[in-house]
Ligand binder design. Sequence first.
Ligand code: KIV
Ligand code: ZN
Length: 509
Amino acid sequence: MEKVIIFDTTLRDGEQSPGASMNAAEKLRLATQLEKLGVDVLEAGFPVASEGDFNAVSQIARKMKRMRVAGLARAGKDDIDRAWGAVKHAKFSRIHTFIATSDIHLEYKLKMSREEVLKAATEAVSYAKTLTDDVEFSAEDGSRSDRDFLCKVFEAAISAGATTVNLPDTVGYAIPGEFADLVNYIRGHTPNIDQAVLSVHCHNDLGLATANTLAAISAGARQAEVTINGIGERAGNTSLEEVVMALNTRPNFLPFETGINTALIHPSSRLVTMITGMIVQPNKAIVGANAFAHEAGIHQDGMLKNPMTYEIMKPETIGLNRSELVLGKHSGRHALRERLSVLGYELADDELNVVFKAFKDLADKKKHVVDDDLEAIVAEGILRTSDVFKLEYLHIVSGTTVMPMASVRLSINGRSVKGAGYGNGPIDAAYNTIAKLTDTESELLRFTVSALTGGTDAQGEVTVRLKENGLIALGKGSDPDIINASAKAYINGLNRLEYLKTNPVKRAI
Ligand code: KIV
Ligand code: ZN
């Protein structure tokens, strides 16, 4: 079977989802997981955007052993130099440069003529080619561009040295038949197209990103640009898991293979949720909580007789082999390490110590510690290392006859501060006090609480969405006590806002 190259842009386009910013340590951990997953090319960031993005991309570039690391750059020398500066230490590197080709972008955004865009694209690729052999060129808003002009730009980019040319459906406007036809047109009207890999990059504004990507692959595209859980600008990007599992499940119609180890799809999806705080909708294909749940009696009956009656994929294929009762309070370090490894977390000894302690604390409070609990512990203990604010203790007085009051001690950059405050309820009291101690003025846009598992001893999981000075961040926290979980989520959100203040996510487009 012919191979489709999987180009993952969770760390770049995915990070452009409002609130989904990640710090360098989180990006490095995710990149490590994506390499294990079998991604071929990782777009690690947009290095010119900020010092933080540059550093994250260069750390990732130095660490990856097999996966190619790409840095995004607009079609200009400064952007390209910055992208190269960040990826040059990678074992396998790529510069990905782009410029818009649609008339509407030329007229209103770039204020450039077609000739000027053609020249800029050619010069950008030629310059990038002096730095590295592997250069990708993208024609932003390609799906709404004049077809012949698009082919002309691709032809020039390939002549200048582009090894991949990418057709983005930047605004998620295309429909599958039309998009496949465009791919065919490009293949038929770009004389040197066989000297480059033809790639597609779809957005999901009409819910058609996966369908368009698959149609394009059938028509001859051989690189798919995707993100885990389909996160990305607006309605998101094509989801990696949907494309890979469609190819995997329907080989008769889609005879293509990828290098993805499908058994790591579910752990990778969970890791992205844990890191970004972006919850996957329960009915999301492949990785949603209900994707393999069969409620209706008639379905359950059929499933018991033969799972293939209602299940087109086995949950184990995507690594969904979650055991109900995982570990108890007598479980040892070794068992914990084993289970974490099944969940996709390979921890260093010192990290394991942190998780083991939190696990024992939880096992004292809760009889059954399940996978979701372990993931929450890892998210809080390991994935959030460079926090400015840390909760040291929280004491709440609340009830029907008292004014709710919170006493809080925080560590701020290692220095302990404490204070107390009142509120309408215990969470309000805790949030007011934390805001005062941290000297922050964020607005709470959203607050959701859910139980990680069933049972009254379940951990509560709280997600908050905070806004401060135009910056938006998500925060997540879990704890058997939902007031503690709420405080942890709020502090996590504040830490993300702190990070964003010095490392704003600058949109590439
Ligand atoms: O959607 C888009 O056009 C992009 C390009 C930078 C490839 O993200
Ligand atoms: Zn995009």
